[in-house]
Ligand binder design. Structure first.
Ligand code: C5P
Length: 221
């Protein structure tokens, strides 16, 4: 229907969780399946875009015609996203990047000892916020998965990370968010406007999102 409206547009998408190693056999991660980001990459490619997909550890088939760069940790995702930022027209960060990582990765498998155990964590770099600071011509889109005060949190992130648009989804609603094929999202824009989408497949969410991004991108060409 939409044809090749994104022909020539260079889109960088991140998807999936990250894994932060504790020792050789353990890690911290989250329930992200990567499906939303993969759906965006596939839809963008079908619409003619030149797509790079930076994917954390997921169990999904790479979309046809898309360059996939596999990463594991937030550190690796940070490096790849920053390295590829200058060459992108549109960046969509659908990845669920770990917010914290162990301060020290143990070289050997840790042994059980005391009844209680405290793991020291440090913040990972906020990749999207850094991209927001470096933004030149790029259209920058973030995701906000929340379980409470969805709009308030999403609006704050839109501003603090210098985004053009944020996709907010309440992951506590059945049929929305992690590990399902459907999503219920709201689009929020810089001017404060908001759009509520009903429950739909992640592919349909992806196409609605690209419908909104396309005119923003065309304006910058
Ligand atoms: O702050 P929060 O994690 O909720 O923001 C979500 C958005 O920020 C997502 O688009 C996510 O990909 C991005 N993010 C990031 N680097 C982090 C944390 C989140 O790029 N360390």
């Amino acid at each position: 229907l939409t044809g090749k409206d994104l022909a020539g547009c260079r889109i960088l998408v991140s998807a999936g969780p990250t894994r932060e190693e504790i020792d050789p056999v353990r890690y911290l991660s989250n329930r992200s399946s990567g499906r939303m980001g993969f759906a965006i990459a596939a839809a963008a490619r079908r619409r003619g875009a030149i797509v790079t997909l930076v994917a954390g550890p997921v169990q999904l088939m790479p979309p046809a015609g898309v360059e996939v760069v596999s990463v594991v940790s937030a550190r690796q995702m940070h490096e790849v996203m920053l390295g590829r930022f200058a060459a992108a027209d549109v960046v969509i960060k659908a990845a669920a990047v770990a917010d914290y990582r162990p301060m020290i990765r143990q070289q050997q498998k840790m042994k059980k000892k005391s009844e209680e155990f405290i793991l020291d964590l440090e913040k990972t770099p906020d990749i999207l916020a850094e991209l927001g600071q470096r933004k030149a011509h790029q259209i920058l889109v973030g995701f906000a998965a929340e379980t409470e005060d969805l709009l308030e949190h999403a609006r704050k992130k839109l501003v603090s990370k210098n985004l053009d648009m944020i996709v907010a989804n309440d992951v506590s609603i059945p049929g929305a968010g992690f590990d399902v094929d459907t999503n219920i999202v709201r689009f929020i824009y810089r001017n404060g406007e908001m759009e509520n989408l009903e429950l739909m497949s992640k592919t349909d969410v992806a196409n609605h999102l690209l419908d909104r991004i396309c005119p923003l991108w065309k304006k910058t060409c």
